[in-house]
Design a protein around this ligand. Structure first.
Ligand SMILES: [Zn+2]
Length: 100
């Protein structure tokens, strides 16, 4: 699939009727990872629950597509988020690579 085709699919999905919870959930889990990295609140100085280092802690959207949307969020420092992001980006590259 080309990038344009993929983007058009995203746009199609986003314009589906908005009040169906199942569809909304599907959009969130299927395309939510495209918005990965955006913190839902201002990062705060604190201790990272993953690496125990002190830093700017925020809840960020992961580039994952878990059916349970709660799993698509990570509370951590930026370093841990970037590690998580890179790990899943590799998996996605593999996933899409294997379908070409
Ligand atoms: Zn950390």
């Amino acid at each position: 699939m080309s990038t344009d085709e993929f983007n058009n699919q995203v746009i199609d999905a986003m314009s589906l009727p908005g009040d169906d919870e199942e569809i909304q959930g599907w959009i969130a889990t299927t395309f939510g990872r495209l918005g990965a990295g955006a913190p839902i609140e201002e990062p705060k100085e604190g201790t990272c629950p993953i690496c125990s280092r002190t830093g700017q802690i925020a809840k960020r959207r992961r580039n994952t597509s878990y059916a349970n949307d709660e799993n698509n969020w990570q509370v951590s420092c930026e370093g841990c988020f970037e590690e998580d992001y890179a790990r899943f980006q590799d998996l996605w590259d593999e996933y899409y690579g294997s379908r070409l």
